[in-house]
Design a protein around this ligand. Structure first.
Ligand code: SF4
Length: 293
């Protein structure tokens, strides 16, 4: 099993292969399944992801806790108005990041990659890239293979849980997984994929986990929206040739150290950060009247 970025890059170089090719072999070996079976699983995964990135934009769903529902649609409408600062296309990507978060909050079907909290980022950014470049669904599976191996390296050497490492670990990891995939899909080198992954983590290093009322909704959906865009930003920076002076493995290690240094109040306990604000506590009290007594 490949467990570091360094090892992954070495194999890509020695075998003159893309990350997705190395990951494909590694994953089938690890899971002891045929290549065909893995492809089928990836296909199903991507179809759920794609649906979740557009689900609440096109359908009316009710969020049981009514904290954040409806925002994906609002953002999409704004994008279509032509008045947005970033332009219709980019703002549509933000709406897609929100969409999966809202599907998750509404107990709909999502792929928790790497976790439910950051589940909007890969679907939002990859489906946007697919549409922009006209990639086939089959091609997108290569992206998922890259995302998968990057997520596994992060999980092996650090953490992907907000309760352990803060939101940098959940949304940060999801963004790294997306960016590495996007770079490969857009013709970048394996090193550039890892560079983009490093950049995305550095963009949110230290980001705390502070969900209001302990529900994965606010500020989670916001971070899925910004993570979707960060994946695109980091990919462009890496593809331009900018290098990370700190390699991916060291960035992952730094993320782990920072996560360990975070107090318990900022690790999914809803006791600190935004979750501890008076307005947030009022919402929590309304939803869970017995919890704060
Ligand atoms: S704030 Fe916490 S619960 Fe919400 S997405 Fe980030 S890590 Fe997950």
């Amino acid at each position: 099993m490949i467990s570091t970025g360094k090892e992954l890059l070495k194999l890509c170089k020695e075998q003159n292969k893309k990350i997705s090719e190395i990951a494909f072999e590694d994953q089938t070996k690890e899971m002891k399944i045929s290549k065909q079976k893995l492809l089928e699983m990836l296909k199903e995964t991507y179809s759920v992801m794609k649906a979740s990135a557009s689900d609440v934009i096109t359908n009316d769903k009710i969020n049981p806790y009514k904290i954040t529902g409806g925002n994906a649609k609002k953002i999409l409408r704004y994008a279509q108005s032509g008045k947005s600062i970033l332009g219709k296309s980019i703002v549509t990507a933000i709406a897609r990041g929100f969409s999966t978060s809202e599907v998750n909050a509404g107990m709909g079907k999502i792929v928790a990659a790497p976790t439910a909290g950051g589940a909007g980022i890969i679907p939002g950014s990859l489906s946007w890239v697919q549409e922009r470049y006209g990639f086939s669904d089959e091609k997108m599976l290569e992206g998922l293979l890259v995302s998968g191996i990057i997520g596994r390296i992060i999980a092996t050497n650090s953490t992907i849980a907000g309760a352990e490492g803060g939101c940098q670990a959940e949304c940060g990891a999801a963004t790294a997984m997306s960016a590495a995939a996007i770079v490969e899909l857009c013709g970048g080198t394996p090193k550039q994929s890892l560079t983009a992954a490093s950049f995305t983590i550095l963009m949110v290093l230290g980001l705390v986990c502070d969900p209001v009322a302990g529900l994965v909704e606010f500020p989670c959906a916001l971070r899925n929206g910004s993570g979707t865009i960060n994946a695109l930003v980091a990919s462009d920076i890496a593809l331009s040739g900018v290098e990370s002076i700190v390699p991916f493995d060291e960035v992952v290690e730094a993320m782990y150290e920072v996560g360990n240094a975070l107090p318990e109040t900022l690790r999914e306990t809803a006791l600190g950060g935004c979750a501890a604000c008076p307005s947030a506590k009022k919402i929590e009290c309304k939803i869970f009247p017995n919890r704060l007594k």
